[in-house]
Ligand binder design. Structure first.
Ligand code: SAH
Ligand code: SF4
Ligand code: F3S
Length: 464
């Protein structure tokens, strides 16, 4: 299907500024908001844009969702439990609504973008005022204006891939910023709903990315995380020949102290990208490389387009080029047709690679994806036993793997006070691993040099 991809036009942006101003002067506008975010970094960043638009309307963030008179749920639908969690909390708000009849509720994000979902939600949850999809995020001021003036609820979902630009952003942290490099995904891994709810791959204009990153750098941001479902495909749809490695080289030259990115698809991880990382000054020695399964027949059924041998080769190349690199992954167990031997192959791969961390998931069928109708769905008790075994293996290996950092120097970007003590702070080291070290509130937002002294559970401890 031919789809037209457009950057939001100046006229559209102007229209949204008009509604922003209109809401500002509305007597019935909510006075405070709270955004509840589910899902991945993309959603977290979309929530920062929602907050930016709301602040522009003169609506400010409440301390908690109980105190807000406008609650926005930014939902995820990647697995069934993500969806259940969101729906459960929306139902809970119905009770809050009884106590505060003026409470406004909006639901947005990936779940709304599922075919027919917005209508279902509004039929079953009549107390929701507004529902809009990821494709309508940039029209939020106009939609909110309509909802504030309507007697019934407002729904807006489009099947259109846009590149939203110039939206106001209220960033959750001062020293760290997400920067989207591309939207959507073309891979259609057979288990995954993301391509259906986030549309086709589209790359942002490199000039705009560089401008945004340059401004962040001038404003003292210490670390940026580049976002895309598959950043290695960046630029394939651009006319000017910019690729992800060339974008990275230009970003590296801006002088932002730390640059990370996610996510990379193993099939597209080029030698050029690895060489670029090895030769860069500010790109951190960390890589998130989802493997999903260690079995070739399952990888094939997942439509991943690589074998375990090719994956292991990428890991070797990364480790040779960037010694000590921090490696993390995503793994699914219980994919349809997964035999005991397939699962053993996954355990074997995990044993060979020795990740610093692994996000493990039980396969969850998603309506409309190819895998949902495959034969050989795995019973929950089998999946549950498998994931527990996998987690146990990963935990025991991780303890060992992380020992390589003890005695080494690290640089930690401090995120906040440690949960255990007010004389300790925690943050992420260059390798993407959490580190706890002595410090105080004043250290938040700064990069501290330290020496790793030990490990406690899945974090490293350090002294200055
Ligand atoms: N674009 C990224 C992130 C996708 S979602 C990537 O390709 O890695 C994050 C993770 O959720 C995936 O890597 C996968 O491990 C998991 N996931 C996606 N769909 C799932 C499903 N239906 N059931 C269980 N896990 C799933
Ligand atoms: Fe989903 Fe695969 Fe795209 Fe990642 S690459 S978002 S797992 S379809
Ligand atoms: Fe992210 Fe969930 Fe959407 S993982 S892209 S928020 S379905």
């Amino acid at each position: 299907m031919e789809r037209s991809i457009q950057t939001i036009s100046p006229e559209e942006a102007e229209r949204q500024r008009f509604f922003t101003e209109e809401i500002r002067s509305l007597p019935q506008k909510p006075s405070s908001y709270f955004v509840v975010t589910y899902g991945c970094q993309m959603n977290a960043h979309d929530s920062e844009k929602i907050a930016g638009m709301l602040e522009g309307m003169g609506i400010h963030e409440a301390e908690s969702r109980e105190e807000a008179d406008f609650v926005i749920f930014n939902t995820c639908c990647v697995r069934e439990n993500a969806e259940r969690k969101a729906l459960g909390n929306i139902t809970w708000l119905k009770e809050v609504r009884k106590r505060n009849p003026n409470l406004m509720i909006a639901v947005c994000g990936c779940m709304i973008q599922e075919p027919g979902m917005a209508e279902v939600i509004l039929r079953q949850y009549r107390f929701i005022n507004l529902a809009f999809g990821t494709s309508n995020l940039h029209k939020f001021p106009e939609l909110l204006y309509r909802a504030l003036n309507a007697n019934s609820n407002t729904v807006a979902v489009e099947d259109r891939d846009v590149i939203p630009e110039d939206l106001p952003i209220v960033r959750a942290r001062k020293e760290f910023a997400y920067v989207t490099v591309m939207y959507g995904c073309n891979n259609f891994c057979s288990y995954c709903i993301v391509p259906y709810v986030r549309g086709r791959e589209r790359s942002r204009d490199p000039e705009r990315i560089l401008r945004e990153a340059g401004e962040l750098c001038e404003n003292g941001v210490r670390e940026i995380m580049l976002l895309g479902q598959n950043v290695n495909s960046y630029g394939k749809d651009l006319q000017d020949g910019t690729s992800f490695p060339s974008l990275l080289r230009q970003l590296d030259a801006l002088g932002i102290p730390r640059i990370r990115f996610m996510t990379s698809h193993p099939k597209d991880l080029s030698d050029e990208l690895i060489e670029t990382m090895a030769g860069a000054k500010h790109i951190l020695p960390q890589f998130h490389l989802p493997v999903q399964s260690g079995s070739n027949s399952i990888l094939h059924a997942m439509n991943r387009h690589y074998t375990r041998e090719q994956y292991l080769d990428r890991v070797d190349t990364l480790r040779r080029a960037i010694p000590g690199i921090g490696l993390s992954t995503d793994i699914i167990v219980g994919f349809p047709g997964e035999t005991e031997q397939d699962f053993r192959d996954t355990l074997d791969l995990v044993d060979r690679v020795r990740y610093d961390s692994a996000f493990t998931f039980v396969y969850s069928p998603r309506v409309g994806t190819a895998a949902a109708s495959m034969a050989g769905q795995i019973p929950p008790d089998v999946s549950s036993r498998r994931i527990q075994e996998l987690i146990r293996l990963q935990e025991s290996l991780q303890q060992d793997t992380m020992k390589r950092f003890v005695g080494t120097e690290e640089e930690v970007l401090v995120e906040g006070l440690s949960r255990r003590s007010r004389s300790e702070v925690s943050g992420k080291g260059k390798h993407g691993i959490s580190v706890t070290l002595p410090g105080s509130e004043e250290d938040i937002g700064h990069i501290l040099r330290c020496r790793i002294t030990g490990l406690k559970n899945n974090t490293l401890t350090a002294e200055r």
